[in-house]
Design a protein. Structure first.
Length: 344
């Protein structure tokens, strides 16, 4: 459903401090806007509920100097501003081979038009794609209601098979899994302080009304991605209904660091199957200090879906997840030319 965009005040902030001032002044009535590809859609569709209101004030951060910059140096690594669009990330000459997986993911977000407008930070902060959340007539749990309609309703595509709670939505971001796989951190600004946290700690569980820890008077100032210490193999794969623009049914981001063909670090992060980007907990335990092999790949497949509790219509996501993880790991095995070390 698409209605007219409701009336709102638009403020072009000239500094982080000004943006925070307006956020604190208007509280829950205000939202940060950069690309607006998700926010304006929610406003047009009149998505609201007992504890979710349509914002009356939009604070534009694109007008703040240097918020659209991508910076890299050997010591600090990569820094991505909150107004950096997905298209700018994809076309940036600063993004080198150390961060290939960012390019792989950014190319698969939405359409060309969406990537031209949508930002990296907006992508990691987007709201659920659940049809009941997006429909104005269902006061679901995420809107402050008492019921998750998807549990007994439509849940084939954008709902979880792992870590389900009162809400069974699956997190829709493509950029979040790759950033977590790269061990990225988020710099959050509030009126009284700045704090830097691991990207994995940025997300809440399914029993929260919001998907991130951001408070009404806070904003993401920067995403920081550390320099990779070892030879790194990276890949991002995504399965969707239509290739052109759909959100992930399942996605997988894998970053493996090798020293002399021995795994020093591995992070497998899955999208589309949990209320937050799901870091496979046993991957490092299985792989660290070992050479990637077909036998270990089988163990990693099972670890990726351990504890899965699918809903009646999305049981297929278990096999789909395993298939994508297998494809990703076998691609890394081939790229690293480690076949001669594999165990049949």
């Amino acid at each position: 459903m698409l209605y007219e965009l409701p009336m709102f005040h638009h403020i072009d902030a000239e500094s982080i401090e000004e943006a925070l001032f307006w956020l604190r002044r208007y509280g829950e009535k205000a939202r940060i806007i950069a690309g607006g590809t998700d926010l304006l859609r929610l406003m047009k569709d009149q998505v609201m509920g007992p504890k979710l209101s349509i914002p009356e004030v939009l604070v534009n951060v694109k007008t703040i100097q240097a918020m659209d910059q991508i910076v890299y140096n050997e010591k600090a690594g990569l820094r991505i501003g909150p107004a950096v669009t997905l298209n700018c990330l994809e076309s940036s000459e600063i993004i080198g081979t150390d961060f290939d997986v960012l390019l792989m993911a950014s190319r698969q977000v939405g359409t060309t038009q969406m990537r031209n407008m949508g930002t990296v930070v907006g992508n990691i902060c987007q709201r659920p794609q659940c049809a009941y959340f997006r429909h104005p007539h269902f006061p679901c749990y995420k809107k402050g209601g008492s019921k998750c309609y998807a549990i007994t309703g439509e849940h084939r595509y954008y709902h979880a098979i792992l870590q389900r709670g009162k809400c069974v939505m699956a997190h829709p971001s493509d950029m979040a899994p790759v950033l977590i796989a790269l061990n990225a951190r988020v710099l959050i600004s509030s009126p009284n302080q700045e704090k830097e946290i691991p990207m994995g700690d940025f997300y809440t569980g399914s029993d929260h009304l919001t998907e991130t820890i951001l408070q009404a008077d806070e904003l993401v100032k920067e995403i920081r991605v550390p320099r990779q210490k070892y030879k790194t193999y990276q890949i991002f794969l995504k399965q969707r209904i239509r290739h052109a623009s759909d959100f992930a049914l399942v996605s997988v981001a894998v970053v493996v660091q090798f020293a002399e063909q021995v795994c020093q670090n591995i992070r497998i992060v899955l999208g589309g199957i949990a209320p937050f980007p799901y870091l496979v907990p046993k991957a490092e335990e299985i792989m660290k200090g070992k050479r990637l092999s077909r036998r270990l790949i089988v163990q990693l497949l099972e670890a990726s879906v351990e504890g899965a509790k699918p809903l009646p219509m999305n049981h297929y996501k278990i096999d789909l997840t395993k298939a994508l993880v297998k494809k990703a790991l076998e691609a890394i095995l081939k790229e690293g030319k480690l076949f001669r070390h594999s165990i049949a």
